[in-house]
Design a protein around this ligand. Structure first.
Ligand code: M6R
Length: 616
């Protein structure tokens, strides 16, 4: 995800900004840039694709005399990975430099307006629109008046819809830095005769622990020795400062002990980001700009074959349940590593869909290439913009989950579940699903981040459960229909980070074999959220208990299981059927995490595993 740093103060700006960019590297990025404003009112701009180290090598730090500057690490969203698309962006007449995190949703309209007023654009980004809009307002006012810098920014931010964290320099004021935010984090570190603006505390804590957290639609107007905060209309009279008590190392993970835990807790925001831009204006369906070109084919489709590995494969299995149910299109799910050598017979109107968080998994990439070799259209669902899979597919959907650092996939998995649910509704609405059912889904989708927040509150209960169970060496995870892929995912999580033998199974299949494992030494997780089939699940639970197996039940509050004898009951919020698997995933993520912690395992870097598996 993108990172911002800005500086004005007594130190040379360039080394501090480059150091800050390196501290933001852990968030993942594909290009970086730095903009400096020297006392003679000249901008110095350096941008490059790749690592911050190459940016550092691209200019002579010793020669830089600037004490004010901004820097950015970009994780591509609007426009490919390229030097032109990297930030900072300069305005048409050269008055402003700007770095931006977030999305300007109405950028096309504003771009057209600016084009009509003689502005030119050199990148594919939405950001360039914003820097030019500020300049447009600046040129309408009294140029070179300090207040005009602020007012032009206020006006521009009033005009735009979307999210932003920005840092801006104006050539006419070499010791001024402006920062503003809306739904994108930004804080200001306060030093002696210096201020540091950053999107992440990691870039600030080496210099100061005193910070101001900028609030949404606030603007910080900063000089070497003065910080004022404005709303989009007026000046604020009081500023609240906070003390950060984390080490620089801790700051990267925030208050979380591990990236995995941080990433679990990020899921409300991740799901909001994943769904952004995919909801139709009439709130009755989803849409996917990236695959719109294949739209006509969707009407003719007679089969979709999903290919993936690991957790992504589990997300595909969920897609099978949902797409078949809502769109009545037959779906098959293949392990990518099997598909590429299997030579499966496929009909002409088959669409291949590959799913991969990293976009670099070699088995998935090879399955994709094999499908294309045979002339099939391939769509991709990936989290990493510009990854090999994103480049090789005919069309695709980005997850926008942000960089996932923990080896165990958490937020990327639930964001894949979100996309597959949205795809099922999209395809359903193209076929037989009616308007009312579509609106019910969209309403549930919009409420989902809130429900994820509620589900995250279960962590304390699950950590206590883990205390009682961390000495067990084997587990069963059992679920029916849409809960079956989550049972598989739960077993995978426990295996990979807590090194516990765990098996996921469709619950009714248990009696055809795995029941032989059930004993007082093998507890079972049962995932069940459908009231209509709960009596069946109850029988399965009784079969486990009759063999002295302990049961941990994950269910919803509307299912009347209070009187049932289970050792533990974890109650998640009720949501739409297509989205319930997302909420059911969170308790099992927490369970694996706390079990691994209690067993002293390296949560973020489990043994023998790599984040991105680029070998066969
Ligand atoms: O990057 P991908 O989604 O293609 O990765 C696929 C698997 O390697 C990945 O999901 C793996 O199973 C994770 N460690 C699961 O937590």
């Amino acid at each position: 995800m993108c990172g911002i740093i800005g500086y004005t103060g007594f130190r040379p700006a360039a080394p501090l900004i480059l150091d800050g960019l390196q501290r933001l590297e852990y968030r993942g990025y594909d290009s970086a840039g730095i903009g400096l404003l020297d006392p003679s009112r000249e901008f110095e701009l350096h941008r490059s694709v790749g690592r911050v180290t190459s940016l550092r090598e691209s200019f002579d730090l010793e020669k830089s005399t600037s004490h004010t500057g901004i820097g950015h690490t970009r994780w591509a969203t609007h426009g490919k990975v390229s030097t032109e698309n990297a930030h900072p962006h300069k305005s048409h007449y050269g008055h402003f430099l700007l770095v931006h995190n977030g999305v300007v949703e109405n950028f096309k309209k504003i771009k057209n307006f600016l084009l009509e007023h003689g502005y030119s654009f050199y990148s594919e980004t939405d950001t360039e629109v914003l820097v030019n809009l500020i300049e447009f307002h600046y040129r309408q006012g009294q140029v070179a008046e300090l207040a005009n810098f602020l007012q032009a920014t206020q006006k521009a931010l009033q005009d735009i819809q979307g999210t932003y964290g920005i840092a801006v320099l104006c050539r006419d004021f070499p010791d001024r830095l402006l920062a503003a935010k809306n739904s994108s984090p930004l804080l200001i570190g306060i030093g002696e005769q210096e201020y540091i603006v950053a999107s992440d505390a990691a870039a600030i804590v080496p210099y100061t622990s005193r910070v101001v957290y900028l609030q949404d639609r606030e603007i910080a107007f900063i000089s070497h020795d003065e910080l004022d905060i404005y709303t989009l209309q007026t000046k604020k009279t009081s500023i609240t400062t906070h003390l950060i008590d984390w080490s620089p190392e801790e700051a990267q993970r925030g208050r979380y002990e591990h990236y995995m835990l941080k990433e679990i807790h990020e899921q409300p925001q991740v799901i909001a980001n994943t769904m952004r831009g995919h909801i139709s204006d009439d709130l009755s369906t989803t849409h996917f700009g990236g695959i719109a070109a294949l739209l006509t084919q969707f009407h003719r489709l007679d089969r979709i074959v999903f290919c993936a590995c690991g957790s992504a494969w589990h997300a595909c299995l969920e897609a099978e349940y949902l797409i078949e149910h809502y769109a009545r299109i037959p779906v098959e799910v293949e392990y990518a590593s099997e598909f590429r050598y299997r030579n499966a017979p496929l009909s002409k109107n088959t669409l291949i869909a590959v799913v991969s968080q990293s976009g670099e998994t070699l088995d998935t990439l090879e399955a994709l290439l094999e499908a294309r070799r045979k002339g099939y259209s391939v769509i991709g669902i990936t989290n990493v913009v510009g990854s090999s899979i994103a480049r090789e597919t005919d069309a695709g959907v980005y997850q926008h989950a942000g960089p996932e650092i923990g080896v165990a996939s958490t937020k990327a998995f639930t964001s894949q579940l979100c996309i597959t649910a949205m795809l099922a509704i999209y395809l359903g609405r193209l076929r037989q699903m009616d308007y009312t059912d579509g609106t019910a889904f969209i309403q549930a989708l919009q409420e989902l981040p809130k429900k994820i927040e509620e589900t995250l509150l279960l962590e304390a209960q699950i950590s206590e459960i883990a205390q009682r169970y961390h000495h067990y060496e084997q587990f069963l995870f059992l679920g029916r229909q849409t809960m079956y892929p989550i049972a598989l995912e739960a077993a995978l999580k426990l295996k990979e980070i807590a090194y516990i033998q765990a098996q996921g199974y469709p619950i009714a299949e248990m009696k055809h074999g795995p029941i032989a494992l059930v004993s007082e030494h093998c507890p079972s997780f049962v995932l069940e959220t459908q009231a209509a089939i709960f009596p069946k699940t109850l029988s399965n639970i009784q079969e486990i208990r009759a063999r002295h197996g302990k049961v941990i039940l994950v269910t919803t509050s509307d299912i009347p299981s209070e009187d049932m004898e289970v050792e533990e009951r974890i109650t998640i919020p009720r949501t739409h059927h297509a989205l319930q698997p997302i909420l059911a995933t969170i308790p099992v993520q927490f369970f694996a995490y706390h079990m691994a912690l209690l067993r002293h395992c390296d949560v973020d870097k489990p043994r023998n595993l790599a984040k991105s598996v680029t070998v066969e």
